[in-house]
Design a protein. Structure first.
Length: 305
């Protein structure tokens, strides 16, 4: 359904840019190495948040990752700020805690439209919540607030809160939910990643965002055309930000609402790189992938900080 006009755009607030954790970790190891003798390069570059085996193209394109998962239902009556949802999470914490991702559906849709992402991401080593919104007609700014409420619920109240590193959180969403992920990133710069999927928003200027952002558009999107949504979103993000623009080849607005290997592959890589500081996934992002039968265009700001 074609979105109705949104409410008056919220102001975009600028925040000071934060150094990424991966850079701080590398600097700390460099200082330590200077006093104790240099460590092997591969070890020095490793992140303490790496989860799972070394990735391959096959592993990030697979329908499931290395982690066994479970899921639980969040009743609308048990939470405030959003209308419940479903949590997907790794069953073992032998490797430590995990980053968490909240995902919003689009205008008139329910969490079922983004449900395929839940097990796909969780089995790669994330705690994921797909949410229902307070109203199916909520505008992007409201969906952004609800994504943050869902993350707060995950980290403060939920039964999986001890499995989550509250400093490693991300947001995603489709359509108005994608616009909501931009709103959430703008209002909470402590987030580690944002991924708007064929996003829709009346606000086009996101120069205040300080969260690494992967913007996913679709070439044949007639609801949120890339020329008036995804492309302006991407170009308005600061040039100094870790950001990327992925345009799906010959795809429609609804492409991210069912199993899509390209969406999954680059979403997993982006979340791993910036939520987990896992540089093993840089190989899938830098250099940028070429145009192909599934990718119309890919832009980025490699190398990542």
């Amino acid at each position: 359904m074609q979105p109705v006009p949104a409410i008056t755009p919220e102001p975009v607030t600028r925040h000071p840019r934060r150094p990424r954790r991966g850079l701080r970790w590398a600097l700390a190891l460099a200082v330590l190495g200077a006093g104790l003798g240099a460590a092997p390069a591969a070890h020095a570059a490793a992140s303490p948040y790496e989860r799972g085996p070394a990735p391959t193209v096959a592993s990030i394109e697979a329908s499931r990752g290395a982690f066994a998962i479970a899921q639980s239902t969040v009743a609308a009556s048990s939470v405030s700020g959003f209308r419940g949802g479903t949590i997907y999470y790794p069953t073992s914490t032998a490797e430590g805690t995990f980053g968490a991702v909240a995902i919003s559906p689009g205008y008139t849709a329910t969490q079922s439209s983004v449900a395929w992402l839940g097990p796909r991401l969780a089995s790669q080593g994330f705690v994921v919540i797909t949410i229902d919104t307070l109203s199916r007609y909520d505008q992007p700014a409201s969906r952004g607030t609800q994504l943050l409420a869902a993350l707060d619920y995950l980290t403060n109240t939920s039964g999986v809160r001890t499995r989550i590193d509250r400093n490693r959180l991300a947001v995603m969403g489709h359509s108005m939910g994608g616009g909501g992920s931009l709103s959430a990133a703008n209002s909470r710069p402590q987030l580690q990643a944002a991924i708007p999927l064929t996003g829709w928003h009346t606000v086009k200027n996101w120069s205040g965002v300080r969260v690494p952002t992967l913007v996913v558009g679709a070439e044949n999107d007639s609801v949120a055309p890339v020329s008036s949504h995804s492309e302006p979103f991407y170009t308005s993000l600061p040039s100094t930000l870790d950001k990327a623009y992925l345009e799906l080849n010959n795809a429609s607005h609804s492409a991210p609402t069912s199993t899509n290997v390209t969406v999954a592959k680059y979403s997993i890589s982006w979340l791993k790189r910036f939520v987990d500081d896992d540089t093993r996934y840089d190989q899938f992002l830098c250099p940028p992938p070429p145009a192909s039968s599934t990718i119309q265009e890919y832009r980025n700001t490699c190398p990542h900080s």
